[in-house]
Design a protein around this ligand. Structure first.
Ligand code: ADP
Ligand code: ASP
Ligand code: MG
Length: 405
């Protein structure tokens, strides 16, 4: 008898009809004698709507209360999915993250899983139940409700698959698998049969929201092989696993676009030791993730000063501006320019390790599209550029065509 963890995302549970569809699929696995743990997201739009309600009341709501609020989305879906299973005569029990034994740290809205005690799930499975678990949420050791960051149900599924030593982990979503680019933006994108953890991790952290990046990090760490596939058909999906030698034959695996970035520029920052440390320590203390950082060479005629730009996730922009404003007196920089009219375009592939000329081809493609490059960052297996948001999608299509068309 195999133990299978299946995760269904927001669109896949977006209506009672979709939930019935999930229950039918689960019942087929169970009829074959499989043990099934079903992790569900909030119904599509619910999490966004809850965030909007809170922000109507105040722009920066308490993160503790946001977690209490957002956890209700997944709690609705576990109950409805379990009821749908009951309606098909399938014994099933729902568990919140806390009831499922998911213990996290106390960083509200971005909590990390510290450990999982899956005894209760095992007991319920052994009694013949399907167990539905609320994705995206956990509980601190002190009993505080926490959430795992946007897209966090992916992490719940992968972490449960590891803790339960599941035979199979399937991530059901609204596309057939992982594509060479977001198929909603690039019509010619192709489905990948397989992709390495490292490539999936880069893609996920660079905006391909098909998988939450922390979930892929977790899968890599614990060697959880998983499949991304569609909840509305039986096509085979994309297998995500450790890199194999032949994966390097392909230079560029996929292109991704992150429109969820914002840029902060500090003009005239004193150019002396310790200043960058002071700024980024304060940003880090506020649990804001900084992605790219660019510092110009010193300019001006008086004391050496420089311009410093960095990018953060769009939802963290207000918080970052607040931190920076508090440092202005102490450090003594000039203007602060914040913009969210940017996007980060990236190409990813383990084959870049052994091929040259990739960066030149990206820049050339962008130049021919008339797209100006604002910031650049590279790693062994990716090249990212920050560009104007308005031109981002056409730039993505051009770069996809140049490498994968
Ligand atoms: P779920 O609600 O199932 O978690 P998400 O909306 O989080 O689903 O992720 C699925 C979406 O990810 C797809 O609808 C697609 O638009 C987007 N996406 C972005 N990049 C890719 C890619 N490279 N391959 C597949 N889907 C992608
Ligand atoms: N409901 C949460 C979100 O929308 C978690 C998830 O769907 O994975 O981000
Ligand atoms: Mg998702």
């Amino acid at each position: 008898m195999a133990l299978i963890v299946q995760k269904y995302g927001g669109t896949s549970v977006g209506s009672t009809d979709r939930i019935k569809n999930v229950a039918t699929r689960v019942s087929k696995y169970r009829a074959r004698g499989e043990q099934v743990v079903v992790v569900v997201s909030a119904m599509s739009g619910v999490t966004d709507n809850l965030i909007k309600l809170a922000k109507d009341l105040m722009p920066l709501p308490s993160e503790r209360e946001m977690d209490v609020l957002l956890a209700t989305g997944e709690q609705t879906t576990i109950a409805l999915t379990t009821i749908a299973l009951h309606s098909l005569g399938v014994p099933a029990v729902s568990l919140t993250g806390a009831q499922a034994g998911i213990v996290t740290d106390g960083v509200h809205t971005k909590a990390k899983i510290q450990n999982i005690t899956p005894k209760k799930i095992h007991d319920l499975l052994n009694q013949g139940n399907v167990v539905t678990v609320a994705g995206f949420q956990g509980q601190t050791i002190e009993g505080q409700v926490t959430t795992l960051g946007r897209g966090g149900s992916d992490l719940t599924a992968i972490a449960l698959a590891a803790a339960l030593k599941a035979d199979l982990c399937e991530i059901y979503t609204d596309v057939d698998g992982v594509y060479t680019a977001d198929p909603r933006i690039v019509s010619g994108a192709k489905k990948l049969e397989e992709i390495s953890y490292d490539e999936m991790l880069e893609l996920a952290s660079l905006g391909a929201k098909v998988m939450q990046s922390r979930s892929v990090e977790f899968a890599k760490k614990f060697g959880v092989v998983f499949e991304v596939r569609s909840s509305v058909n039986d096509h085979s999906g994309t297998i995500v696993k450790e890199e194999t030698k032949n994966m390097e034959d392909i230079v560029v695996r996929a292109v991704s676009l992150d429109k969820n970035q914002a840029k902060v520029t500090l003009v005239g920052v004193p150019d002396k030791p310790g200043i960058a440390a002071r700024i980024f320590k304060a940003i880090g203390d506020a649990t804001i993730n900084v992605d790219m950082i660019v510092q110009n060479i010193s300019h001006g005629s008086g004391a050496p000063a420089t311009d410093l730009s960095f990018t953060v996730d769009k939802p963290d922009l207000l918080k970052a501006q607040k931190v920076i404003d508090n440092l202005k007196q102490e450090i003594g920089f000039g203007k602060v320019i914040a913009t969210d009219n940017i996007a980060k375009l990236s190409i990813v592939g383990v084959g870049m390790k052994s091929h040259t000329g990739v960066a030149g081809k990206v820049f050339d493609t962008l130049a021919r599209e008339g797209v100006n490059i604002d910031m650049i960052s590279t790693s062994e297996i990716k090249i990212s550029v920050v560009i104007d948001l308005a031109k981002a999608e056409s730039a993505m299509r051009a770069v996809h065509q140049a490498f994968l068309g």
